[in-house]
Design a protein around this ligand. Sequence first.
Ligand SMILES: [Zn+2]
Length: 376
Amino acid sequence: MKPGLFDFYSKYGWPAHRVLAKRYLTPRCKKCSISARLSPLDIDGICGLCTTPNIDQSGNIIPEEQSMMENRLRTILSEAAGKGDFTYDALVFFSGGKDSSFLLYKLKTDYPKLRLLTITIDNSFMSNTAHENIKQAIGFLGIDHITVSPNPRMYEKLFRYTFTHLSPKGSVYSIDILDGELRTDIGRHLATRYKIPLVIVGLSRGQMLGGSGVVRFEMERQAELAPRKTVTTYDVRELPLSKNETKLWWSGTDTYQDADIPHVIFPLAVWNYDEEYLKQQVVKLGLIPNRNKSPVVTNHTLIPLMAIIDMIKLGYSSWEHECTPMIRAGKADPIYWRNLFEMIEYAAKTGKFIKKPVDDILKRLDLTRTAVGLPD
Ligand SMILES: [Zn+2]
């Protein structure tokens, strides 16, 4: 099943299919769709995180704190305009997904004086849909854009290692976060060398919470200056990279002057949009074609393998950590995500739906099912 069909089936086929597939499925919270394995359910089928809002970790904050963050972000973005030594004031990461597309639109519209350079780091596992979206949005908005494509063999080595040395918290922490941190580091090197004072990353509030419930939207100066030693659960020295490849990780004041090191911010963690609203807006504004708006179709091609491994090893999906807080905060649709999680669980237990994309990635990474802990 191709990603587009998977997404379509999750909306129109799965609601009937799930009734027949019940014996394969772990119960999920009726409110936030979290697996009972992550947060036990009461007799009404509601999880502990939903019944005890003070520990819900959803990133819901009081209005005063929200407006303080909005003001601080506005100040950072307004003051950055014209600050770059050369052509640009801000480097913005652009993945072709709905979040970063809308982020670009907002920056371009609300801060017309901010000179933007957008950057895509192509890890060679990006979907064609993402490439298509990037082309359309960049053309539509009229923004300068560069693509950096590090050696695909390097990414294959990295992912082969992480798939066989998975974090106990699951594949998001081993693969997605590592990939994202490497992307950010490559961008920070470029921004520093081009004297671009601001780096803008399109992570959502859910992605920034990291299970802590604390909303952060800017990197602390100390972290910006420090060279990278670890990435998620790995020591960077344990990763199978050559000496030259290792230099892609952030080197901070080991290489650069304090004054040249850019500030890193995450505006979507402040603006905190509703996921369905973002999907509608990017299509309505003409940034992304309607068929290309779902995260299922824009995300990279490693996702099916990651999803299956999580379900087999953990019994739930490691995306639930970032997406159920957004559902509890009323920012994402519980039924949409319930259907996707259930289809992945069903696929993991029956081998249906996503066998081919899983086999394709295993083949490309020169791995077997047994090597990544899947049954044959
Ligand atoms: Zn719940």
